[in-house]
Design a protein around this ligand. Structure first.
Ligand code: SF4
Ligand code: SF4
Length: 429
């Protein structure tokens, strides 16, 4: 794609980076067919090609920007399906980051939107606050008639069940290996996940300990910063990243780490990108690069260990049929698709894949709270394809998808919970 930035504009390193990305796009349109928002609306402005065009306008001729531009950019899920399809390797996620940052400065958001974003940024990254908010939201539902539409829609997404707050991540802790130690890793305990599904970290620690891995948890690294980053709360995101980097760096210096393990793929995609995000920060750049290089999804770590050695002799519940939902952040963000399927099969499950598995379920961080209509449409389509598999359970590697798709008649659990179950842990619930 041709660009016409002025020399002054190109003096801004972000614009210079965006220019390089934009020039890679040949406007072929291959990405359009795999973009969930385009599939729903059929509007080019809701497609990657259309958005790349608009992002160029945002950066090149900000005076032409309208609220309509912001509307269609905001509707992007950040699912990265387009990056998997693009034959030219266009770095859409970083272009989107740069464009959104500029757009936030140029197009003022509505009062309700601003309040919602600030509230989400303040509450969700702190699991205790988030858990309290769930209780408060139950009360808030009684008064939802008096609230703006966006807030009313967000309240319908609040979980009906309140779980105990996950103790893993509440304080610094070391979980020693059950057998001869083969590795030592740090686990990102996470934020929202600790309030919504405390079983996931418990399963992760049990499985890794059985496999001879010592697991270290640093309480300071309680949130990867992805949520704040994606809703434009830059200072909050930076503070969370800095805290995590310094904690893990300290752990690397003092105890040594073989890996930094993440079991929520949305967070994993973010941590793997720290090196790029912090590249211009003289203090944190080298640490961020080290951390990103050490970051692995939990499935990548298990693949390097002897899973066979800890599995029960017979499949649990007679080889249960499990549909694997491939989270966008795992399959498109981290390019990990076949590995969790293989591990689930090795653990004795009959694994099937839903049709259109490359398409987003509509969760996408807090997208389902900010864009409930589109999120509900994508959720309905995903549930329909999952139903058609005839599976008893669904496995997924990201808490957002788990919360978006979970139903009483078709429970969704994390892949690691299935592996835990197949290696002597409790049946997930
Ligand atoms: S597939 Fe890649 S090169 Fe083609 S229009 Fe989409 S982003 Fe541009
Ligand atoms: S990130 Fe997803 S929603 Fe956004 S343009 Fe790409 S495919 Fe479409």
């Amino acid at each position: 794609m041709q660009t016409h930035f002025t020399a002054d504009q190109l003096a801004d390193p972000l614009i210079a980076e965006a220019d390089g990305i934009l020039r890679n796009c040949v406007h072929c349109g291959f990405c359009i067919a795999t973009c969930p928002t385009f599939i729903v609306t059929g509007d080019e402005r809701d497609s990657p090609r259309g958005r790349i065009w608009m992002l160029r306008e945002v950066l090149e001729s900000p005076e032409t920007i309208t609220t309509d531009t912001a509307y269609h950019i905001d509707r992007c899920l950040g699912c990265l399906s387009c990056t998997t399809t693009c034959p030219s390797g266009v770095d859409y996620p970083h272009l989107l980051d740069i464009g959104r940052e500029k757009l936030n400065e140029m197009v003022p958001r509505t009062f309700t939107d601003r309040v919602m974003r600030q509230m989400l940024g303040m509450i969700i990254p702190h699991s205790g606050r988030f858990r309290a908010m769930i209780q408060l939201a139950w009360v808030g539902r009684l008064f939802s008639w008096a609230m703006p539409t966006a807030m009313r829609a967000a309240l319908t997404k609040i979980p009906a069940q309140l779980k105990q707050l996950d103790p893993i991540g509440g304080k610094n802790a070391i979980f020693p290996a059950n057998t001869k130690q083969v590795k030592r890793v740090a686990l990102l305990a996470g934020c929202a996940q600790r309030a919504l599904a405390p079983e996931i970290n418990a399963s992760t620690v049990r499985v890794l300990n059985r496999l001879g891995v010592e697991v270290v948890v640093r309480a300071e690294a309680h949130c990867c910063g992805a949520l704040a980053h994606h809703i434009g709360e830059a200072t909050r995101a930076h503070d969370a990243i800095r805290a995590a980097l310094l904690a893990w760096h300290d752990e690397i210096r003092t105890g040594g780490l073989d890996a930094i393990v993440v079991n929520a793929s949305g967070c994993g995609t973010m941590v793997k990108d720290y090196g790029h995000m912090m590249k211009d920060d003289p203090e944190l750049a080298p640490i961020a690069k080290m951390v990103s290089d050490a970051c692995v999804d939990v499935s990548e770590l298990i693949d390097k260990l002897d899973l066979e050695s800890i599995l029960l002799p017979a499949p649990v519940e007679g080889r249960s049929k499990v549909a694997y939902h491939s989270a966008c952040s795992l399959q498109h963000g981290q390019k990990i698709h076949d590995l969790p399927l293989r591990l689930l099969r090795q653990a004795g499950f009959d694994v099937v894949q839903p049709l259109n598995g490359h398409l987003c379920c509509g969760s996408a961080g807090v997208y389902n709270l900010l864009q409930p209509k589109m999120a509900d449409e994508l959720k309905a389509r995903k549930l329909e394809s999952l139903d058609k598999t005839g599976a008893q359970f669904v496995a997924a590697g990201n808490i957002g998808c788990i919360m978006q798709l979970d139903r009483d008649d078709l429970p969704v659990w994390h892949t690691i919970q299935f592996i835990d179950w197949a290696s002597g842990g409790p049946r997930p619930h």
